[in-house]
Design a protein around this ligand. Structure first.
Ligand code: PLP
Length: 420
């Protein structure tokens, strides 16, 4: 896999020579292939299923546009991302956010192709006060989920006490999103049981209006691993004696989407579609990480090689989550599945600017091109300008490379802050 015969890797390396480093690189062919595969796996099993791509995961217009071309909807949480989805001509949009002012809510629901999902009782009230005749969704807080997610959604009991007050608009959908990086599709089955029980308690008129159940996202993509507390401590102290698992390229296994689609579709049929009157309800999904993580990478050059560490020209500011995760790092200048353990420091003046602790290669030398893989989720959309400018983004499609976002430069920053 990681060898000189891999023509994709050769092409990627040539982008570093042509465009310079650091660089984000989008593998468009694999990105679209993966999304098509996911859509087909679900469509084979369910007649009413729709996928909404969450723009927060990576709102690079190129990525959003490719998903729009495949007829995926958009899941957005800000007016800016809403405007992007509208500009791209996305036909169906879900709007989710725990904090929206009433004038924003009015702006959102005025768009006929947007379904606003009320996150709390106040939002449900605001929608009712400010509009009529709209189809809306409600986000439900489900028990037995990770406490971190308790901030979101309306408790089932509270919803049952209040939904009848929503007289001017129709509640047409139930939504939940309770975790991220979830590796166990059976969790969705458990959560769908709670939604089923809630739907069964609604009055008949409201129940008949339910057109969709949205199970959110949270499906892990594989292709990286989250550091456990010992590994995290080891990384920050540079203590190489603490083992970071047994390192093999095969440990970065990707998610089996076939069994994911099978498990979720079967649970949906069993828990929702067999409720009388809900036989045609749509399953909505909002996969973020699963759709983008493994198809965007960072290319970076080795600047210095020391006995104890290596310094490269990409910093954690361009992929902040890398501090808590390990992503495969391969050396495009010396391809091998062998491992060299060393601390890879980034370009920032910060002691915790650590990109990783091992590289798949036989040797590490100044000017080598490293590829930090599978960083497509929550990197470009969370990148922070800190010391170094945000790099350009290159897309690779059918062997052709082109710039899809230019590098931040001094003029851009000066104009933004000082004006012309
Ligand atoms: C409402 C909602 N849907 C979908 C997602 C995407 O999650 P993931 O990338 O884990 O699939 C998020 C992420 O926070 C979210 O808040």
């Amino acid at each position: 896999m990681i060898n000189e015969q891999n023509s994709k890797l050769k092409k990627i390396k040539s982008c570093a020579t042509k465009f310079g480093t650091p660089l984000y690189i989008v593998d468009e062919d694999e990105l679209t292939k993966n999304a098509r595969n996911l859509v087909n796996l679900f469509k084979k099993r369910l007649h009413n299923v729709e996928i909404f791509y969450p723009y927060k995961t990576n709102n690079l217009p190129l990525v959003c546009e490719r998903f729009k071309e495949m007829n995926l909807g958009a899941e957005v949480s800000s007016i800016l991302d809403l405007k992007l989805a509208i500009r791209l001509g996305v036909e169906k949009i879900i709007f989710n956010s725990p904090a929206k002012k009433s004038d924003e809510i009015c702006e959102i629901i005025e768009n006929d192709n947007v379904t606003f999902v009320a996150d709390n009782i106040q939002q449900l009230r605001l929608v009712n006060e400010n509009s009529k005749n709209h189809d809306i969704g409600v986000r439900i807080k489900l028990s037995n989920t990770d406490k971190k997610w308790e901030r979101f959604g309306i408790e089932p009991k509270q919803f049952l006490e209040n939904y009848k007050k929503c007289t001017k608009n129709r509640i047409v959908g139930m939504h939940f999103h309770c975790f991220t990086k979830n590796k166990n599709p059976e969790t969705y089955s458990r959560l769908l049981t709670h939604i089923r029980n809630l739907i069964l308690k609604l009055d008949e008129k409201t129940r008949k209006n339910i057109k969709f159940v949205d199970i959110g996202g949270g499906f892990d993509s594989g292709g990286y691993f989250t550091l456990n507390p010992i590994e995290f401590a080891s990384r920050l102290t540079g203590n190489k004696l603490l083992p970071i698992r047994s390192i093999q390229y095969s440990m970065f296994k990707k998610t089996d989407m076939k069994s994911l689609a099978k498990n979720i579709s079967e649970s949906f049929e069993e828990k929702i579609l067999n409720i009388k009157g809900l036989e045609n309800t749509s399953l909505y999904l909002e996969p973020g990480r699963l759709l983008v993580n493994n198809f965007i990478h960072v290319l970076s050059s080795v600047l210095y090689v020391d006995k104890k560490f290596v310094t490269i020209d990409a910093g954690t500011n361009i992929f902040p989550r890398i501090l808590y995760e390990h992503h495969p790092i391969i050396n495009l200048s010396s391809l091998s599945e062998n491992v060299i353990k060393t601390n890879i420091f980034g370009s920032l003046c910060s002691s915790t600017d650590i990109i990783g602790n091992f590289v798949f290669t036989n040797s590490l030398n100044i000017s080598d091109i490293l590829m930090v893989m599978n960083i497509g989720a929550y990197s470009i959309s969370q990148a922070q300008q800190f010391i170094e400018p945000l790099p350009k983004v290159i897309s690779l499609k059918n062997g052709n490379a082109k710039t899809v976002r230019v590098e931040e430069d001094f003029e851009y920053r000066y104009k933004r802050d000082v004006g012309d």
